[in-house]
Design a protein. Structure first.
Length: 288
């Protein structure tokens, strides 16, 4: 015999889900169920003797909770409203000294942002020069970590950047090392993608630097960022609907204001250890 159960989520954390739903015997009822689906309400057929089901969040912060099935009426179902609960999850850090920004097998972005404020006149950003030491670790033969097991690289650095002020944004810049001794490859850049622009950086005198950027927002009267609950931040996600990454021969608006923020991001890589020292953002006074 089977019965139909209806599930409606009324409270959870912002980064919870997707979920795997099982019964107490380990039988899978449903997999990869999103938080949005549970908030709207879902129904499943289960064995009639099941009175407890288990929800397991399969996101980076894994957790499980067992729920006892209860009866409710249609009024209770309609009045059940979702409330977001800001809860924490305890991370265990540096279980492997050779891996960074890796938590329970998931690579999380390493993000650092630098604010700049100018004086009376607006200033135009010319280029970005960042003094960061990028380390890669070599295999440890005797199992004992020491500083001699790492090397400082020239072609590993942040993978993305976002430059912005109150009304302008460079959009998402994908950063790749400049091809050496290969003019044909170098002339392919910048590459204009649907939701980003790929540019090259160089390393000279221990400075990583790049300068192929301009303002790409369609309108300064539309938000430059979207609210994101993934990391409890209000401005981590670029509003791509307001960005235009198309190629421009002219009309490349410079980043010009009395303030500037430079955000560097390392994604999809946990074997590069970045030690940021300081950053320089040369700017030119803009007279009007």
């Amino acid at each position: 015999m089977t019965k139909i159960i209806t599930i409606k989520l009324v409270k959870t954390g912002p980064s919870a889900g997707p979920y795997t739903i099982t019964d107490v015997y380990g039988n899978i009822i449903a997999e990869n169920v999103s938080k949005q689906e549970l908030i709207a309400g879902v129904s499943y057929s289960v064995d009639s003797n099941i009175d407890i089901i288990i929800f397991t969040s399969t996101s980076g912060c894994k957790s499980s909770v067992a729920v006892t099935l209860q009866e409710f009426n249609i009024v209770d179902y309609q009045n059940a409203e979702y409330t977001e609960s800001v809860t924490g999850c305890l991370w265990r850090h540096l279980t492997n000294i050779q891996l960074y920004n890796s938590y329970y097998g998931n690579i999380e972005p390493y993000i650092i942002e630098y604010p700049f404020s100018y004086r009376y006149q607006d200033e135009i950003l010319q280029n970005v020069k960042d003094y960061t030491k990028a380390y890669e670790y070599i295999p440890i033969s005797d199992g004992v970590f020491n500083d001699n097991t790492r090397i400082e690289t020239n072609n590993k650095w942040f993978t993305h950047a976002v430059l912005y002020n109150g009304q302008q944004s460079s959009g998402v810049l994908e950063l790749v090392a400049k091809p050496l001794n290969n003019m044909r490859e170098y002339l392919k850049y910048p590459m204009f993608n649907t939701d980003s622009k790929t540019i090259t950086y160089t390393k000279s005198d221990n400075f990583y630097q790049y300068n192929t950027f301009w303002a790409v927002e369609k309108s300064s009267q539309v938000p430059l960022f979207n609210t994101s609950c993934e990391s409890l931040s209000i401005d981590k996600v670029v509003n791509q609907d307001n960005m235009d990454y198309s190629s421009r021969s002219f009309k490349k608006s410079p980043l010009r204001a009395k303030e500037l923020k430079i955000r560097h991001i390392l994604k999809d890589n946990c074997t590069t250890h970045l030690v940021s020292q300081f950053i320089i953002a040369p700017a030119q006074i803009s007279y009007k």
